[in-house]
Write a protein that binds this ligand. Structure first.
Ligand code: AMP
Length: 125
């Protein structure tokens, strides 16, 4: 069920539980600002989720409320995950779903990182 991107942060969401170690995940990257782990239902050869450590519902919430330090740290972490997986050449795709039209299901900001194959058209028609 897609979420309403304006809802308050729910600290019982699945990614909050992953950050607290209450639900298992395979750590692919971690620093002060971000945590990355494989998507449980991969849509490409490589499908990684990168999440900020702070409590933000969506890209909208993050871009409005996060500190410059948190934003810089998270954006740099996404780039680091891509480099860690040798994706810069031949390229990769980032995706953030926001709210119901975006199809966002988990109410903790996450960036999907897809790679290791040609990724096709940007949006299915
Ligand atoms: P979105 O539609 O952008 O909110 O995407 C949520 C993503 O979270 C989906 O691609 C799910 O497969 C993924 N997901 C849900 N639960 C887990 C989990 N426990 N571990 C890893 N990925 C998950």
């Amino acid at each position: 069920m897609p979420i309403d991107a304006t809802q308050p942060y729910d600290d019982q969401n699945i990614f909050a539980k992953i950050l607290r170690g209450e639900i298992p995940s395979t750590k692919l990257y971690e620093d002060e600002w971000a945590y990355a782990f494989p998507d449980i239902n991969p849509q490409a050869e490589l499908h990684v989720l990168v999440i900020p450590k702070g409590a933000y519902v969506s890209w909208d919430d993050f871009s409005a409320r996060a500190s410059d330090e948190e934003i810089a740290g998270f954006i740099r972490a996404v780039g680091a995950v891509a480099r860690q997986h040798d994706l810069v050449e031949p390229g990769y795709r980032l995706l953030a779903n926001i709210g119901s039209h975006g199809g966002q299901e988990v109410p903790h900001l996450h960036v999907h990182l897809f790679g290791k194959q040609p990724l096709g058209p940007m949006i299915a028609r």
